[in-house]
Write a protein that binds this ligand. Structure first.
Ligand SMILES: NC(=O)c1ccc[n+]([C@@H]2O[C@H](COP(=O)([O-])OP(=O)(O)OC[C@H]3O[C@@H](n4cnc5c(N)ncnc54)[C@H](O)[C@@H]3O)[C@@H](O)[C@H]2O)c1
Length: 371
């Protein structure tokens, strides 16, 4: 591991996702990277991360807060994988720190549009830093393959993008931070920013307005934390209209463990239709001209992936891509930038507001709300 070319990482927040980043970095060790420090106020999380790093021979310096980690000057890159409501302050402190640190921040960028915008504006003044947002579903092999099929024009002009996520309920998190909208930004921000980001990519357009219906109908109703019952929705339908006339639809259900796939994506253009299935890792596509008999099915794989982890290898590819951007020293922009992070949150915020108000909410409305 010796040598000056090592890219040194610090991880802020070493719960489930922070340790997942640690594992991914370990599997990237031949790329000359190392995790050198962590910051987390929760001693059990610190211990688990230290033990994990010890198991592959990486000594970690441990801090209880991100400011000490930044001041230590130990790392070049900071991975922010603390709870959503902490991202804003941690990002602002990184951006305002005299030492430049490149940043990979977990999704959602922040829990509100106003906070995202402040981060985007502040980061503009730091041309010495790269910031990538952890919208890593783009890298899942079947999703990446479907993106390539759409980009090469095989489906024609994309008109409809439908994403169904049917899965298990939200997991238990440290101090149950994910049980309340105030901490997560709301279910449609917290987890569905991934899907709104994909819809933008498939549609090749920006969102104009959003209509949603959703509720907390099954999960968490019998849970109480400090006297409060969770307020996070567990199912929703969301319709998004894009500025090129295409439409997106999200079908979210978080009490659907009886599903073969967790995500089913369908993209229909004026020439053909493509589908991706996760975790089956299958992609199907065909054209109107040839019809059902011509539909092709392929297994999507990416030989670069050395660690599948919790997200089918997408976190590994996300790190690999970000590392290339870092090594290119400003010649290559991060694949998922702050603007992508902001818009994916804005769609989620508009969807949450649409449920509350019972009407279409425009993106302009949520972008302008605080300005
Ligand atoms: N990309 C994905 O698909 C994906 C999946 C899961 C989680 N996430 C994101 O990762 C982040 C962390 O989620 P998680 O599932 O690991 O939660 P978690 O509860 O398992 O871990 C969060 C950790 O952050 C620590 N923490 C709390 N406040 C902190 C602070 N101010 N500074 C440093 N550490 C702090 C907690 O003590 C805990 O150890 C969230 O933003 C979440 O949305 C992304």
């Amino acid at each position: 591991m010796a040598g000056s070319n090592i890219v040194k990482y610090g991880i802020v927040g070493v719960g489930m996702m922070g340790r997942e980043h640690l594992m991914n970095l370990y599997h990237l060790r031949t790329e000359n990277v190392a995790a050198v420090c962590i910051a987390d106020p929760h001693v059990p999380s610190q211990k688990l991360a230290v033990e994990l790093a010890q198991s592959f021979g990486w000594p970690l310096t441990v801090f209880s807060g991100h400011q000490e980690l930044l001041d230590s000057g130990l790392c070049d890159v900071v991975v922010v994988s603390s709870p959503n409501m902490t991202h804003y302050q941690i990002l602002m402190d990184i951006i305002h720190h005299p030492k430049p640190h490149h940043v990979l921040v977990e999704k959602p960028l922040c829990t509100t549009v106003a906070d995202c915008r402040e981060v985007v504006n502040a980061a503009r003044k730091r041309s010495d830093m790269l910031v990538q947002v952890g919208l890593e579903y783009r890298y899942m092999p079947p999703v990446a393959k479907l993106i390539a099929i759409v980009k090469d024009g095989s489906l024609g002009r994309v008109k409809m993008v439908s994403i169904r996520e049917h899965r298990f309920p939200f997991l238990v998190k440290v101090n149950n931070w994910n049980r309340f909208n105030a901490n997560t930004g709301g279910t449609l921000v917290e987890k569905c920013c991934h899907f709104f980001d994909l819809m933008r990519l498939f549609a090749g357009a920006d969102p104009v307005r959003v209509m949603a219906s959703g509720a907390m109908d099954v999960n968490h109703k019998d849970e109480i934390y400090d006297g409060k019952v969770p307020d996070i929705i567990d199912n929703a339908y969301v319709i998004i209209e894009f500025d090129n006339g295409s439409r997106g639809m999200l079908d979210l259900c978080m009490f659907a463990e009886g599903s073969k796939n967790e995500q089913e994506i369908s993209v229909v253009g004026d020439i053909g239709k493509g589908e991706a299935f996760v975790p089956e890792n299958i992609v199907r596509y065909g054209t109107r001209l040839v019809g059902r008999d011509g539909v092709q099915t392929l297994k999507a794989e990416d030989e670069r992936i050395k660690y599948d982890g919790l997200h089918h290898g997408s976190s590994y590819l996300e790190h690999l891509n970000f590392l290339y951007a870092i090594r290119a020293k400003g010649e290559k922009a991060p694949a998922v930038d702050l603007q992508d992070g902001l818009i994916s949150v804005a769609i989620g915020v508009a969807a949450q507001l649409s449920i509350e108000k019972g009407r279409f909410v425009t993106i302009e409305e949520v972008m302008d709300e605080f300005h």
